[in-house]
Design a protein around this ligand. Sequence first.
Ligand code: ZN
Length: 216
Amino acid sequence: MLPDHPLVLHGGCNCRAIRYKVQVPARSQRPLNPFSDGQVPFPMVTTDHCNDCRRATGSILPTWICVPTSMMTCQLQPVSSSSSSSSTNQDARRGDDAAAPPSSPWVPAVELFKPGPDKDKYHVQFYQSSADITRTFCGRCGTNLTYFMTHGMGEGYPEIFDTILGTLDREDLEKDWMAPDRHCWWSCGIEWVQQLSNGGTVLPVHPTFKVNEFVE
Ligand SMILES: [Zn+2]
């Protein structure tokens, strides 16, 4: 569970064409998830055992941070200014600080993470996985980013960008408070995945090799 104090989270796609920032206010100012008996504030962090999101993300256990759209801003590199993806990736591997050019302003994500007049200007691409649901991904590097329900979840439920937790910068992810608060769509789950994620199973640790190539 996120700490009670205000904090800022950063993240983005693998090639850094898309960056986002989540400005989380103090807990007393965070909206509560109406489906949690009023106990769980947004942003909520949850695993997702549903079939649709597993396929759409290609992850055996997608995990989301569910962010009120009002808390999220983004910084997008225009398609017209894109450098080659290979050099961008080399820079990005040195750390999570590499961002879009300083000339790109931070703007409310709600303006650009939904299809709109600027949709061809940036690398954000859209996939309508159903009539009511828009998923975003980076058209250059392919990173899945957000899930958005056009008509929302019903009365009392804030407008939310479910955001792939793995797109947060590592320095944010390393905080203990980023661990998922709960499992969603548990009844849809695959049994061995549930066993992996239920916290009750101790797994053997596979030997590491060439670890420096994978741990930045
Ligand atoms: Zn990208």
